[in-house]
Design a binder for this molecule. Structure first.
Ligand SMILES: C[S@@+](CC[C@H](N)C(=O)[O-])C[C@H]1O[C@@H](n2cnc3c(N)ncnc32)[C@H](O)[C@@H]1O
Length: 297
């Protein structure tokens, strides 16, 4: 990275960040400025919002920052480089083997949080790092939260995050190792659950994905059969079985599935109030529905 010359330490540090931004833009990173600022804040040990007030980089910090920018330019997710990802009010540990929680999923979690009441049982199917489950436990104290995940690597991160949040004072969640589509998993909760939330793998196999995703998010966290619905189909049946009448279901989906997922919910015969929701970019992103009283899942 070319070094800036002249000016105060702070000015020079901000120039270093700007040049890193340019380096990342040149290799096609869509959020180059944000990435450069997150990496700088990490190296300097300050919140990103305070970068304008920094004194400057020491030589060691500069070397560390430059090394991280090179790794980011090579496609490593910024969250892996700093070891954590923000999700609603939480900072969750992430790294190789676990899906990095995305801002669009915060909308689904937020939808759930507004509807879940104290004492309610909530199930997060396909929990990954635990993002949705832990956000619910954090924002709805008194909810009984279960997180189901199949991948051993993801479970290591999920257990670590669950432990950290419990140590921070949130109600402990129940981590369940198992297949979210298996009727035997959490069968003892069938008919009692107030909310099922799920961000499953949903990208159609073979669909192009950004370099960060392709090289770093686990394949079975991303792809779900030829049409991308291979996990959502059985998850709908599982949600219908878990929910009590009046319980709510929210499931994230591919932006090409804004009609298909509501149609699957409708076809199950177990849901009413079926609605599809858009993300902040205006793309169809998650479907929600309420469990009817009389249906056989
Ligand atoms: C898109 S990631 C979402 C993770 C997390 N919910 C989030 O929003 O960040 C999907 C997760 O589902 C897990 N998964 C895929 N198929 C599964 C299945 N049949 N049962 C349980 N977990 C599954 C993957 O290992 C991955 O952690």
């Amino acid at each position: 990275m070319e070094q800036p010359t002249g000016g105060t330490d702070r000015t020079r540090a901000l120039q270093v960040i700007s040049r890193a931004t340019n380096d990342l833009s040149r290799v096609g990173m869509p959020s180059a400025r944000v990435d450069a600022e997150i990496l700088a804040a990490h190296v300097l040990g300050v919140p990103r919002g305070r970068l304008a007030l920094i004194d400057g980089f020491t030589d060691n910090q500069l070397a560390e920052f430059e090394a991280l920018v090179v790794r980011r330019a090579g496609g490593e997710p910024v969250q892996h480089l700093v070891g954590s990802a923000g999700f609603r009010h939480l900072e969750l540990a992430v790294g190789p083997g676990v899906f990095v929680p995305r801002p669009e999923t915060e909308l689904l979690a937020g939808w759930g949080v507004t509807l879940i009441t104290v004492g309610e049982t909530v199930v997060d199917l396909c929990s990954g790092s635990g993002a949705i489950a832990l956000a619910v436990a954090n924002e709805v104290p008194g909810a009984r939260v279960y997180a189901v995940e199949r991948s051993p690597a993801a479970l290591t991160w999920l257990r670590r995050n669950a432990g950290a949040r419990a140590a921070a004072g949130d109600a402990p969640i129940h981590v369940v190792e198992g297949d979210a589509t298996d009727p035997a998993v959490l069968a003892d909760l069938d008919g009692t659950v107030g909310a099922v939330l799920c961000n499953p793998p949903y990208v159609p196999a073979g669909a192009p994905v950004p370099a960060d995703v392709a090289g770093h998010d686990p394949e079975d966290a991303v792809f779900a059969g030829g049409d991308g619905l291979a996990v959502i189909r059985p998850v709908i049946a599982r949600a219908a079985a878990l929910l009590r009448p009046g319980g709510v279901f929210g499931v994230e989906h591919d932006d090409s599935h804004g009609a298909a997922v509501p149609a699957l919910l409708d076809a199950s015969g177990c849901f009413t109030d079926i609605e599809d929701h858009r993300d902040l970019a205006g793309r169809p992103r998650y479907a929600t529905a309420t469990r009817v009283a009389d249906c056989t899942p």
